[in-house]
Write a protein that binds this ligand. Structure first.
Ligand SMILES: NC(=O)C1=CN([C@@H]2O[C@H](COP(=O)(O)OP(=O)(O)OC[C@H]3O[C@@H](n4cnc5c(N)ncnc54)[C@H](O)[C@@H]3O)[C@@H](O)[C@H]2O)C=CC1
Ligand SMILES: O=C(O)[C@@H]1CCC=N1
Length: 261
């Protein structure tokens, strides 16, 4: 069934009203305000998008407005589905999602994991709701911290790369705007090529690398600076941080969900 009504809330009611005004009438009627309980009462789906540190407060505010017929979806990093299940009435289905910001232009990646009361139909409903945001994959919940480290936080690594390449181009004498355009479009085109060609990234890299040419000269510098190892370390740090967020939000919980090495 199509979504006909969306209620957006934020403790800063003006922020929610501004978001609602921007989207009202696009595909559904959208209202904004600060009253979480009023928005959740009677809703089929409650989507939680506050930081992990504030999730216990947000759950307390909707607890009396939801029941086993309400599907609760959260995009918070780190927090296991048991965190929600223990704070909501018995039997409330919970689905975790890790999206990323290219969803804004329909090119995101979202990974979906059901909690213990969520059925395949609940997962299918979430997949339908997310379909317009890009690729949607299903993963066991234990992989969510790893997913967060790659696709959740990943856009920031890529934006940092675009920024660095644009700065390098400017240093080499390109006009700044042209350097930014070349960097962003190179990353965008290469990303789509890697995603859609069906070829391993190592093969695509090799095809750019003429023997004795410019690319191998550049890649040797990246290897010299251990850039590949730095990406591995960065992803590990993000996954560890996701697990830490869960512990910080719930010091007594010790649910044992999430990433393991
Ligand atoms: N930013 C990103 O790329 C991604 C973020 N996430 C997750 O999304 C969540 C939000 O992240 P951001 O948008 O970066 O944070 P943010 O701080 O920009 O937005 C969170 C909003 O929640 C509001 N808020 C706080 N407590 C509230 C409450 N009790 N009731 C109603 N509203 C409340 C705040 O006023 C704020 O506007 C986090 O859990 C994060 O882990 C997940 C994937 C990607
Ligand atoms: O930085 C964060 O904690 C959130 C989760 C994934 C992307 N942003």
């Amino acid at each position: 069934d199509a979504v006909t009504e969306v209620a957006v809330t934020d403790v800063r009611g003006d922020v929610a009203r501004e978001v609602a005004a921007r989207h009202d009438g696009e595909a559904a009627s959208v209202s904004g305000g600060a009253d979480n309980a009023a928005a959740a009462a009677g809703a089929d789906v409650v989507l939680l998008a506050v930081k992990p540190q504030y999730m216990a407060d947000a759950l307390a505010s909707v607890r009396d407005a939801v029941g086993p017929d309400t599907l609760v979806v959260s995009i918070a990093a780190g927090l296991p589905s048991t965190f929600y299940e223990r704070r909501l009435p018995a039997g409330v289905p919970v689905v975790r999602v890790m999206p990323n910001t290219p969803a804004t232009i329909g090119r995101g990646v979202s990974a979906v994991s059901p909690g213990r009361h969520a059925s395949p139909d609940h997962v299918a409903l979430v997949e339908t709701l997310l379909a317009g945001t890009g690729l949607v994959v299903s993963v066991p919940e234990a992989l969510q911290s790893a997913v967060t480290a790659i696709s959740g936080s990943g856009p920031a690594y890529v934006f940092a790369m675009v920024d660095a390449l644009a700065e390098a181009g400017t240093l080499l004498g390109l006009p700044r705007a042209l350097a930014q355009q070349l960097a962003a479009h190179t990353v965008a085109g290469s990303g789509v090529y890697a995603a859609e060609s069906g070829q391993h990234a190592a093969i695509l890299r090799e095809a750019v690398s003429s023997p004795g040419g410019t690319t191998l000269a550049a890649l040797a510098e990246l290897d010299e600076r251990a850039v590949r190892a730095a990406y591995v370390a960065a992803a590990r740090a993000a996954a560890r941080r996701a697990d830490e967020l869960a512990r910080e939000a719930d010091p007594e919980g010790a649910d044992g969900e999430g990433h393991r090495e």
